[in-house]
Design a protein around this ligand. Structure first.
Ligand SMILES: [Zn+2]
Ligand SMILES: [Zn+2]
Ligand SMILES: [Zn+2]
Ligand SMILES: [Zn+2]
Ligand SMILES: [Zn+2]
Length: 459
């Protein structure tokens, strides 16, 4: 008997007691969350990025789609309990890369991905989503009717007392500041605090440029009609009720597509099995990673893989259902139909970066999200129409795809991953592979220092 009915008993117990009371706390108290793999403790939400960086750098563990997990603290607490006494392999997709987490070349380093292809994880995310929505709705109800609100206007000296909606109306009527309709907003106090802090720091709400003084900022916001919040800043998402309703987890987890852990009973010790038993059923991918810069394995060990390469499965278009037997023809299709020049777009990226780009695009499309603007669509058809209409076919920005989770293939038999290093401009030979973007670098400095700075070529 391993895990009886864990989900059911744990989830309700996990809520951070912010229910009902009339004083109504807006968000959970800062919480201390222990690392999933060691004794270190982090302060949430402040140290969230450090926490995730630590998981990757120290434990090679990546959580898929982590930005989409509501109530991440509770998610982590759940897994902390689950992991106790279990090996990561039992829950995670594993993969071998020829480098250390900091980018130093190495051989056959093992990495782990925790994702919702695991039914338990899927369920958990789903339940958290539900809890998240329920709390937001309760909070929303409270804010619509609570008459004990009082706050000084962000612009003038007026003190508004009564309903929050009256405060918002004042901002709009007197100062033309448009934050949204009260019936669409939730956690309004926090929203106002955020807006206030932006204004105090002389940051434009809409374009987020910083100005030298208050009057220049005001002038700018007025002239440019920037008296509203930046719709592209995802930090504001949580203030709009719509985002709680719409963000259901994707209908079905791509079970069997993204690779699950699979431990094959070792019959004979072929090189592949020794290196990566769990990927043994994924010949294309398996072939690719370890072989890439392997020097020790003798050729004969790989003869069976070469055979598999002969009958490589067809190439799937990154964006639509189109398939081709030949890579060259598929490239023509992508150019003609989606206006994407696959090879020149990836030019200048190293091998691992290309891998991440392909896996990112696959993942986005699989989740029915736009590759460029991240818009979530109801079905594949709508997504295609959107990307066509907006000219959003492409590969997203480095910030979007340069995440360790995209080392992991979205589909186990993605032939596209096998032809990536055929392109001429592969600069793997420079010896160091950058796997962490500079954006992330800023966040992981603390960890990085401990891991010795000289390993980071751009430190
Ligand atoms: Zn740790
Ligand atoms: Zn005012
Ligand atoms: Zn502006
Ligand atoms: Zn296509
Ligand atoms: Zn888009």
């Amino acid at each position: 008997m391993e895990e009886s009915n864990h989900e059911n008993e744990i989830l309700p117990a996990l809520s951070f007691s912010q229910e009902s009371t009339n004083s109504n706390l807006q968000s959970p108290e800062p919480a201390k969350i222990q690392c999933l793999q060691c004794e270190r403790v982090y302060q949430f939400p402040a140290d969230k990025d450090d926490y995730l960086a630590h998981l990757f750098l120290e434990h090679r563990l990546v959580i898929a789609d982590v930005e989409d997990i509501p109530l991440l603290e509770e998610y982590l607490i759940y897994w902390l309990r689950e992991f106790t006494g279990h090996e990561l392999e039992q829950y995670c997709t594993t993969m071998l890369l020829d480098q250390l987490p900091d980018g130093t070349p190495a051989k056959n380093e093992r990495y782990y991905l925790l994702s919702d292809i695991l039914p338990k994880d899927y369920e958990l995310r789903h339940n958290l989503q539900k809890n998240h929505l329920e709390r937001a709705l309760a909070q929303h109800q409270f804010e619509l009717t609570d008459r004990n609100f009082t706050k000084e206007c962000l612009y003038c000296r007026d003190i508004i007392t009564g309903l929050r909606s009256e405060f918002l109306e004042h901002l709009f009527n007197k100062h033309f500041l448009q934050l949204g309709k009260p019936e669409n907003l939730v956690y309004i106090d926090e929203l106002l605090a955020k807006v206030q802090s932006n204004l105090e720091n002389l940051v434009c709400l809409y374009c987020e440029k910083v100005f030298k003084d208050r009057s220049t900022l005001k002038e700018h916001m007025r002239k440019k009609a920037h008296k509203r919040i930046n719709p592209n800043n995802r930090e504001y998402d949580r203030f709009f009720l719509l985002n709680y309703r719409n963000k259901k987890p994707h209908n079905k987890p791509p079970v069997g597509k993204r690779k699950t852990e699979r431990r094959r009973k070792t019959q004979e010790e072929t090189v592949a099995e020794v290196r990566s038993p769990e990927l043994a059923t994924s010949p294309d991918f398996e072939h690719h990673f370890p072989v890439r810069s392997q020097s020790d394995a003798s050729d004969s060990d790989w003869s069976d893989w070469d055979e598999d390469m002969g009958k490589m499965s067809p190439f799937n278009c990154l964006y639509c259902k189109h398939r081709e037997e030949k890579f060259d023809i598929l490239k023509k299709h992508m150019l003609a139909t989606h206006n994407v020049d696959f090879e020149s777009a990836l030019l200048g990226l190293n091998f691992y970066e290309k891998i991440k780009v392909v896996n990112y695009v696959r993942r986005q499309v699989c989740l029915m999200r736009c590759v460029t603007c991240n818009l979530r669509c109801e079905d594949e058809e709508k997504l295609l129409l959107h990307m066509e209409a907006e000219k959003h076919f492409g590969f997203g920005t480095k910030k979007q795809w340069d995440k360790p989770e995209y080392f992991f293939p979205t589909y186990e038999d993605d032939s596209l991953l096998c032809v990536l290093d055929d392109s001429p401009n592969d600069d793997m030979d420079d010896g160091v592979v950058r796997i962490i973007s500079e954006d992330t670098m800023a966040q992981i400095n603390k960890d990085a220092e401990r891991l010795s700075l000289e390993n980071f070529p751009y430190a």
